[in-house]
Design a binder for this molecule. Structure first.
Ligand code: ADP
Ligand code: DP6
Ligand code: CO
Length: 339
C-alpha cells in the first residue's frame, strides 16, 4: 500500500478566466491572473491510497462517495500515468481518493481550483512524476492550474490546439509583496445555481460582450496588472481588479439566460468599498467576486484593521462571517505541500 496526503490552496483571480475555446482540453479564450492564498484558513486536503489489494477505484468528496467515472478526474489520472516511468510499480493498482475542503464547496470560493490542484499534486507524488503539473491540473478545472504555484500567477492561454502551452507561470513569489492581504466575506455558503463550467459555456454561446472582453479588454488589462504587481502599485492593482470583476459580472448578465452570481449583499459590499476609497481619496481596498455572491477583498496590511471595523459596523455579525486570508511570503509555498 502506498499513501500520500497533500494540502493545496485556493487562488483568487484578479483578471478572470471565463470561457473555453476547447471544452474537452479546458483551453481558455483569455489569459488570467490570480493571487494564491495561504493554506492557513482555506484549503483542500486529499489523501490517496494505492493498493494491489483494492478491487475497485473509489473517490469521496467531503465525506460523500462520488462516481469515479468522472471525465475530469480520469483525464488528470490518465495524464499523470502517461508521464510516470513505465517501471513505476503501482501503475496498475487501484486507488482510494479522499478529498475535503475546509470551506464551502461550489460557492464561488475556488473549490475546484484547490481541489484539482490538490488531486493532481497528490497523483504526481504517488506516481513520482517531475516537471510542471499545471497543465495537468488544468484538465481537472481551468482555475486549478494557477493553484499549483504560490504568489502571483498567470495562466497563459497558449496558442496550440492541443494545449501543451496552456499553463501557469509564477509572476512573482508572495514575498515580493508581503504586505498584501485578502479578506473573504462569506455572504452565502450555498452551492451556486449554475456551476462555473455550465455558466461559462452559456456565456460563450450567447454573450455578445464575451468576444470583445477576451480580445480587446483582457489583453490590455493583463499587461497593466503585470506592471502593477511588478511595481507593487496598489492604487493601479486595486483599480484593475475592480474593473475586471465588474467587466466579468457584466458579461455574466449579458449571458442568456443571465448568470446572476452577485446578490444585494454583494452589491452593498461594492458600495462600502467605493465609499471607503472616496473618503480616503485613493483606492485602499479592492473587491473581486467569482461565480458566487462571496466577496474577496485585496488590501494592504496597514488598512486591514480600519477597514474591518467598517465592515463589522455596516454588516453586524448575522449577514456573514469574516475570515482573514493571507498572502505571506513565508507561508505561501509552491505546491505540493506535503504534511
Ligand atoms: P467553485 O467556485 O467552488 O470552484 P465550481 O462550480 O467551479 O465551484 O466547481 C465545483 C466542483 O468542483 C464541485 O462540484 C466538484 O466537482 C469539484 N471539486 C470541488 N472541490 C473538490 C475537491 N476537493 N476534489 C475534487 N473535486 C472538487
Ligand atoms: C469565475 O475553473 O471553476 O472563478 O474550468 O470549468 O472547472 P472550469 O471552471 P473554473 O472557473 C473559474 C471561474 C472564475 C474565474 C477565475 O478563477 O479565473
Ligand atoms: Co471553480
Amino acid at each position: 500500500m502506498k499513501v500520500v496526503t497533500v494540502v493545496a490552496p485556493v487562488n483568487i483571480a484578479v483578471i478572470k478566466y471565463w470561457g473555453k475555446r476547447d471544452e474537452e482540453l479546458i483551453l481558455p479564450i483569455n489569459d488570467s491572473i490570480s493571487g494564491t492564498l495561504s493554506t492557513d484558513h482555506m484549503c483542500a486536503k486529499t489523501t490517496i491510497q494505492a493498493s494491489p489489494l483494492f478491487q475497485e477505484n473509489r473517490f469521496w468528496l467531503n465525506g460523500k462517495p462520488q462516481d469515479f467515472d468522472n471525465p475530469r478526474l480520469n483525464n488528470c489520472l490518465k495524464e499523470v500515468k502517461r508521464r510516470a516511468k513505465p517501471s513505476c510499480p503501482i501503475l496498475n493498482w487501484k486507488l482510494s481518493i479522499c478529498s475535503e475542503n475546509n470551506f464551502p464547496t461550489a460557492a464561488g470560493l475556488a473549490s475546484s481550483a484547490a481541489g484539482y490542484a490538490c488531486l493532481v499534486s497528490a497523483l504526481a507524488q504517488l506516481y513520482e512524476i517531475d516537471g510542471d503539473i499545471s497543465s495537468i491540473a488544468r484538465r481537472g478545472s481551468g482555475s486549478a492550474c494557477r493553484s499549483v504555484y504560490g504568489g502571483w500567477v498567470q495562466w497563459v492561454k497558449g496558442e496550440s490546439p492541443t494545449g501543451e502551452d496552456s499553463l501557469a507561470v509564477q509572476l512573482a513569489p508572495a514575498s515580493h509583496w508581503p504586505e498584501m492581504r485578502v479578506i473573504i466575506l462569506v455572504v452565502s455558503n450555498e452551492t451556486k445555481k449554475y456551476s462555473s463550467t455550465s455558466g461559462m459555456k452559456t456565456s460563450v454561446e450567447t454573450s455578445q460582450l464575451l468576444p470583445y472582453r477576451a480580445k480587446e479588454i483582457v489583453p490590455k488589462q493583463v499587461e497593466r496588472m503585470k506592471r502593477a504587481i511588478a511595481d507593487k502599485d496598489f492604487e493601479a492593482f486595486a483599480r484593475i481588479t475592480m474593473e475586471d470583476s465588474n467587466s466579468f459580472h457584466a458579461m455574466c448578465l449579458d449571458t442568456f439566460p443571465p448568470c446572476v452570481y452577485m446578490n444585494d449583499i454583494s452589491h452593498a459590499i461594492v458600495d462600502v468599498v467605493h465609499t471607503y476609497n472616496q473618503l480616503k481619496s485613493s483606492n485602499k481596498v479592492s473587491y473581486t467576486f467569482d461565480a458566487g455572491p462571496n466577496a474577496c477583498l485585496y488590501l494592504l496590511e496597514s488598512e486591514v484593521e480600519e477597514f474591518l471595523s467598517v465592515i463589522n459596523y455596516v454588516f453586524p455579525p448575522r449577514s456573514g462571517s469574516i475570515q482573514d486570508e493571507y498572502i505571506k511570503g513565508s507561508k505561501v509555498k509552491q505546491l505540493p505541500i506535503q504534511e
